[in-house]
Design a protein around this ligand. Structure first.
Ligand code: AP5
Ligand code: MG
Length: 226
C-alpha cells in the first residue's frame, strides 16, 4: 500500500523570525507533527552521531548543511507514522533543490504542500531576537530576555528543564547566518509564490497576533477549523 500523508504546512522565515515559537503552538492546535530540521540536527550534535559530527561545523559557521545529508534526514523523518496525519515543517526547505525534493516526496505519498506561510521580520529585529533568545534543553521551547521571559529565571515554563543559549546565537554567527542564508530564503519564498501557496504574515506583531494571522492564512488552504 502506498504510504499516505495529510495536510502539509511549510512555515517560512529568516533565522529568528519566530518559526519555532509559532510551530510549537500551531502543531498542537492543528494536530500536525512539528518537523524542525534545526532541532533534528541539534539532537544529532548532542548525541554525537555521525550526522551530528558532519552538521556541527556547518551550523557553527552559520552555513546550511549540505543538501544530501539534510534531505536524507528529512525523508527519514517523513517516513515515521506520525507524519501520516500531516506535518508542519520548520526550517525546511531552505533552497529550491530542497523544495523540489519535498514536492517529489510528498507527491509519492499522494500529498503536496498545501500552504507556505512566510513570517516576515526586518533584519534589524532578527539580530535582537537571536541575541536575547534562550531555549530549553528538553523540548527546545524558545524564550526571550525582553519579549518572552520565563516565569522562573533559567527554567522552562513548559517542562521545567534548564534554559541555554544556542552556540549559533553568538553575534558573529548570527551575522554569518543572516549573510549566508537570507538569499536562499528569498529563492524559496519565490518558489512557493510561483506555486501560489505563499501567504505573507507580519512577524513584527505580538506572538499571539502572529499566531492568529497564521491560523487565518492556513485554515482556508487546509480545510482546518484552526
Ligand atoms: P534552525 O534551527 O532552523 O535555525 P534558524 O532557521 O536560523 O531559525 P531559528 O531557530 O534561529 O529561529 P526561529 O525562526 O525558529 O525563531 P524562534 O521562534 O526561536 O537551523 C539552525 C541551523 O541548522 C542552520 O543555520 C543550518 O546550519 C542548519 N539547518 C537547519 N535546517 C536546515 C536545512 N533545511 N538545510 C540546511 N541546513 C539546515 O524565535 C526567535 C526569538 O524571537 C525567541 O527568543 C522568541 O522568543 C522571540 N520571538 C518569537 N516571536 C516573537 C515576536 N512575535 N515578537 C517578539 N519576539 C519574538
Ligand atoms: Mg527555530
Amino acid at each position: 500500500m502506498t504510504p499516505s500523508i495529510g495536510r502539509v504546512v511549510v512555515l517560512l522565515g529568516a533565522p529568528g523570525a519566530g518559526k519555532g515559537t509559532q510551530a510549537q503552538i500551531l502543531s498542537e492546535r492543528l494536530g500536525l507533527a512539528h518537523v524542525a530540521t534545526g532541532d533534528l540536527f541539534r539532537a544529532a550534535v548532542r548525541d554525537e552521531t555521525p550526522l551530528g559530527v558532519t552538521a556541527k561545523g556547518y551550523m557553527d559557521r552559520g552555513e546550511l548543511v549540505p543538501d544530501a545529508v539534510t534531505i536524507e534526514m528529512l525523508l527519514e523523518r517523513l517516513a515515521k507514522p506520525d507524519a501520516e496525519a500531516g506535518i508542519l515543517l520548520d526550517g525546511f526547505p531552505r533552497n529550491t533543490a530542497q523544495a523540489e525534493v519535498l514536492d517529489k516526496a510528498l507527491g509519492d505519498k499522494g500529498g503536496r504542500v498545501d500552504v507556505a506561510p512566510y513570517i516576515e521580520v526586518p533584519e534589524a529585529d532578527l539580530v535582537a531576537r537571536l541575541g536575547g533568545r534562550w531555549i530549553c534543553r528538553a523540548g527546545g521551547h524558545p524564550y526571550h530576555e525582553l519579549s518572552k521571559p520565563s516565569q522562573k529565571p533559567g527554567i522552562c515554563d513548559v517542562d521545567g528543564s534548564e534554559l541555554y543559549q544556542r552556540s549559533d546565537d553568538q553575534p558573529a554567527t548570527v551575522q554569518a547566518r543572516l549573510r549566508q542564508q537570507l538569499g536562499a530564503l528569498d529563492t524559496v519564498v519565490d518558489y512557493y509564490r510561483g506555486h501560489d501557496v505563499l501567504r505573507v504574515v507580519d512577524g513584527q506583531q505580538a506572538i499571539d497576533k502572529v499566531t492568529a494571522d497564521l491560523l487565518a492564512a492556513i485554515a482556508p488552504a487546509t480545510g482546518s477549523r484552526g
